[in-house]
Ligand binder design. Structure first.
Ligand code: DC
Length: 228
């Protein structure tokens, strides 16, 4: 039987991390942990409680009263905040446009990184995010940096949103580019591509092709093989 490993998938917004990781995890019987959904859950709670998110002391104090749960279900994960299912709410443009500011705060990261490490400790896990290979699981047996151009990523996000929200492609591309800047230039755990990550560019890959590539990388890493 193959060894069950820890897999870190990092990369910018809209690179396909969660769509791909969800499918791969299901196929391999791994647990999938969408860490972006956790930052989104906290952001939703802060906005819902009308906490001023630029006030780091108020955010820190509010964290003690936010109970976050990720519940694996057939088609992915449900995100519960204080027992309320907010899986849909966390994907709105309103939450998206505030989440980078929340994710840049140390107190938020400390709380969530601790939860993520504890969830990952069972092994056989795929975590996706921005700081998984660099901070959360620096010893992960496989690290992947999944990326694509701003145009490709903006277009993908717009396709997901256009029937639900009144938003143009240009607006979505701008949000993607702004989030790249905030995620890559922040002081706390910025998005970086670590030296030991395999870089996978998805501009010209379909979901199926990317799933196949990732599955191959995981199978090889389970056998202890280095990627090449
Ligand atoms: O992957 P996503 O778009 O759902 O992530 C939402 C935000 O959370 C994104 O702007 C960056 C932040 N994030 C982070 O800082 N660290 C992570 N491990 C995951 C997400």
């Amino acid at each position: 039987m193959n060894r069950r490993i820890s897999v870190a998938i990092d990369g910018p917004a809209g690179a396909g991390k969660s769509s791909i990781s969800k499918v791969v995890a299901k196929q391999l019987g791994y647990l999938y942990i969408d860490t972006g959904a956790m930052y989104r859950g906290i952001t939703w709670a802060l906005l819902d409680q009308e906490i001023e998110i630029s006030d780091t002391a108020a955010v820190k104090a509010a964290l003690d009263h936010i109970e976050l749960q990720l519940v694996p279900v057939e088609d992915g994960l449900r995100v519960l905040v204080n027992n309320r299912d907010v899986s849909k709410e966390i994907r709105t443009q309103y939450v998206t446009s505030h989440v980078s500011q929340v994710a840049a705060q140390k107190a938020v990261r400390t709380k969530l990184v601790e939860m993520q490490r504890s969830m990952a400790s069972v092994g056989g896990v795929i975590l996706d995010g921005r700081d998984i290979g660099s901070v959360v699981l620096p010893d992960a047996e496989l690290k992947v940096y999944l990326t694509a151009s701003v145009e490709t990523r903006g277009h993908r996000r717009w396709l997901e949103l256009k029937d639900k929200e009144d938003i143009t492609l240009e607006e979505v591309c701008r949000t993607v580019a702004d989030r790249d800047t905030m995620d890559m230039e922040r002081k706390e755990s910025p998005l970086i591509c670590v030296d030991d990550a395999v870089v996978v560019e998805t501009d010209h890959l379909s979901i199926e092709e990317t799933v196949q590539k990732l599955t191959e990388l995981i199978r090889n890493a389970e056998k202890g093989e280095r990627h090449g």
